[in-house]
Write a protein that binds this ligand. Structure first.
Ligand SMILES: Cc1ncc(COP(=O)(O)O)c(C=O)c1O
Length: 359
């Protein structure tokens, strides 16, 4: 038996790793609409804060604040809660993992709807939990799932990759009837009409996660925020890495959060483009799922396969996301870009449809 087989945990040996969307080399001449990053740079105040940090003789030599104290205070002030209700993570991905490590024992059930964020099953396997994947719709509509025996439930709202939101009434009912921890993953909430943040004051089994990777244009900095009752945060806090956010990330994220005017403007531009793109694609015969996010999920017109269209777009330097999962293989997820990028996307799609690039 090889060392790899002998020493690797069976859960790890048997699982497939997470496959992130393609990240072309910096400087590649592509329109990147495949991983829901912001089409806009972050607030200019972020670069100023990071430069200031780098020029300080001492700070790179020393460990950063282990609790990310200032950042938590700013996140709390902006969201109208106490800093004891906030945890920050190295991306919200870290907070998903910390949630599992804090609450889920080996072989306990972890549930989520399918389709939703494809990292959940990977993290659950690593933790040694049992995956309970639930259909997103029953008879074509959303429903309250039976969560008996489930320890932790990941609810993605707005849903990725379809883009619709669950209402707070729905989330309340779910949390109320659930004898476990409900993690509400709100990665795209800044683009939505409503969000579930206030529910952390109502339920002591509910965690809300946010990220600076999408609306704040800071995917590379890796900063996620978690909100929950102080009693839950206290436990989560023990499980994260002790210096989980480096000093640059703390400084940059704080500056980004403090510039809420900039956030509002970027978000408004994305929502505007989302509307324009949806209308333009509908006019070309696409079915467009209504979206509360910075992406749309679209089904191409009859005779045009999603997989074929994705390849055609890629040949023309435009990256969009195709999911081979049978529940999603009929469509494509397209991140919202700048007005110019959306114009080019529509032109290329028109040409591909006209040329009969239909597979
Ligand atoms: C639903 C959802 N949750 C979490 C994340 C991860 O965000 P972060 O970059 O903060 O790790 C993503 C990223 O695509 C996502 O789509």
């Amino acid at each position: 038996m090889s060392s790899v087989v002998k020493f690797t945990r069976s859960e790890v040996l048997e699982m497939a790793g997470y496959v992130p969307g393609r990240q072309p080399a910096p400087g590649s001449n592509v329109i990147k609409l495949n991983t829901n990053e912001s089409p806009f740079p972050p607030s200019p105040k972020v670069a100023i804060a990071i430069k200031k940090f780098l020029l300080d003789d001492l700070v790179l030599r020393r460990y950063p604040n282990p609790q990310s104290l200032k950042l938590r205070q700013v996140a709390a002030a902006i969201n109208g809660c106490k800093s004891q209700q906030v945890i920050v993570g190295n991306g919200s991905d870290e907070l998903l993992r910390v949630s599992l490590d804090t609450f889920v024992e080996k072989d306990e059930q972890v549930a989520f709807f399918s389709p939703s964020y494809s990292l959940y099953p990977v993290l659950t396997r690593i933790r040694g939990g049992q995956i309970k994947s639930l259909p997103l719709f029953r008879d074509g509509v959303i429903y309250q799932p039976d969560l008996s025996g489930v320890k932790l439930f990941f609810l993605t709202t707005p849903n990725a990759p379809l883009g619709f939101s669950f209402s707070n009434d729905y989330i309340r009912e779910l949390a109320r009837g659930f004898n476990g921890i409900l993690v509400v993953d709100e990665a795209y909430a800044d683009f939505a009409e409503d969000n579930a943040l206030a529910l952390v004051n109502e339920f002591d089994n509910l965690v809300v996660l946010r990220t600076l990777s999408k609306s704040y244009g800071l995917a590379s900095l890796r900063v996620g925020l978690g909100f929950a009752a102080p009693t839950l945060i206290e436990q989560l806090d023990k499980v994260r890495d002790s210096y989980n956010l480096d000093g640059l990330a703390q400084a940059g994220a704080q500056a980004a959060l403090e510039d809420q005017d900039y956030l509002r403007k970027s978000v408004a531009l994305v929502i505007d483009e989302r509307q324009h793109l949806s209308i333009a694609l509908q006019a070309l015969g696409f079915k467009v799922e209504p979206s509360q996010t910075n992406f749309i999920f679209v089904t191409p017109p009859r005779g045009c396969s999603a997989a074929g269209l994705q390849v055609g777009l890629e040949k023309n330097g435009i990256l969009v996301r195709y999911f081979p999962d049978p529940q999603l293989a009929h469509g494509l997820r397209i991140s919202i870009g700048t007005k110019a990028e959306m114009g080019q996307l529509i032109n290329v799609i028109e040409i591909l449809l006209k040329n009969g690039d239909r597979q």
